[in-house]
Design a binder for this molecule. Sequence first.
Ligand SMILES: Nc1nc2c(ncn2[C@@H]2O[C@H](COP(=O)(O)OP(=O)(O)OP(=O)(O)O)[C@@H](O)[C@H]2O)c(=O)[nH]1
Ligand SMILES: [Mg+2]
Length: 358
Amino acid sequence: MDHKLDDLISEAIQKATTERGHINVLIAGRSGVGKSTLINSVFQSKIAETGQGRPVTQNTREISKEGIPLTIFDTRGLEMKDFSSTIEELEKIISQRCTDKDTNKHIHVAWLCIQEDGRRVEDAEINLHNMLAKHVPLITVITKARSDGGFKNDVWGLLPESRNVMRVRAIEEEFDEGFKLPPMGLNELIEITSEVIPEGKRRALAASQKANLKYKKDQAHKVVAGAATASAAAGASPIPMSDVAILAPVQIGMIAGITSVFGMELSKGTLSTLVSSAIGVTGVSFVGRAIVSNILKLFPGIGSVAGGAISAATASALTVALGEAYISVLANFFSENPDGTPDADYIAKKLKEKMKGA
Ligand SMILES: Nc1nc2c(ncn2[C@@H]2O[C@H](COP(=O)(O)OP(=O)(O)OP(=O)(O)O)[C@@H](O)[C@H]2O)c(=O)[nH]1
Ligand SMILES: [Mg+2]
């Protein structure tokens, strides 16, 4: 049961990309409340700075960036006298998208931003909240949070269809005396957003955002759990050494899945480098019994191959060990470089070190 590594990698990329999907987030609020700042603090690659985006209505722009499974709909115009036409135009777009057969077209969540300093909720915001809540899960975000003074409660009262009202500070706040307040609420905004979107969009959210590293790890652990189950199933009757290639698609798929959840580029080059260092097969070779013996060498603690076969438990333990090692390497990298792009060779080297030390 030999597979060509190249084909396995292509299949894994395709599957991981499909499973990750695409998430659409609508962000609305008056001009200057901090929408762009919030977007840049939460999502990868300063996405809000990548030009003006494509206008979809007079006051709504669509922003996306190659390689990030996210589209942002940035809506303004609430301060205008004829805001009701802004809301009508927007409703057309939203209801059109939300009835599309392709769920990657739907708007999955809306963040309505209101500035804490203003201490006011305008009619335009109430109307927009009514309209949005009819079509999508709505989270109201109180921006530039400094001191609540009961404002959050007032907002809940006026915008009761909100799934949640959250206070957020997107950037560090510096006062005259040098006193500083760190950003806050961004982790929670991701957690709450995750709860209101369809489960199938969580990987896209994990991949697109950089504010909550734990969330990336949590989603990656789900990928590992799935691969562990698949490995155990593959090993339900002991896998003879000659058939251990059964595990290769599962493990390569897992590596692709974790890579995509962390928001890294899913290219053949990256994945080949990772796979060759993680499971010891190189680009031109066929995947065969090399894989398990390589992994067993890398994880001496995991037990030896009794009677020339590995059990379901060993198969799944190998897969978990590999997945956890990879998650920990990526998590270490991103905790030090939240905006960075890890180099495949660097990650491969760290992964090898990690597995040797496991
Ligand atoms: N202190 C503080 N300032 C913030 C925060 N968020 C945004 N700002 C500032 O508020 C100003 C407006 O922010 P933007 O992000 O441009 O606001 P916007 O909602 O995108 O504005 P428009 O694009 O005009 O609709 C900028 O000077 C930001 O630096 C925050 O959390 N704390
Ligand atoms: Mg803006």
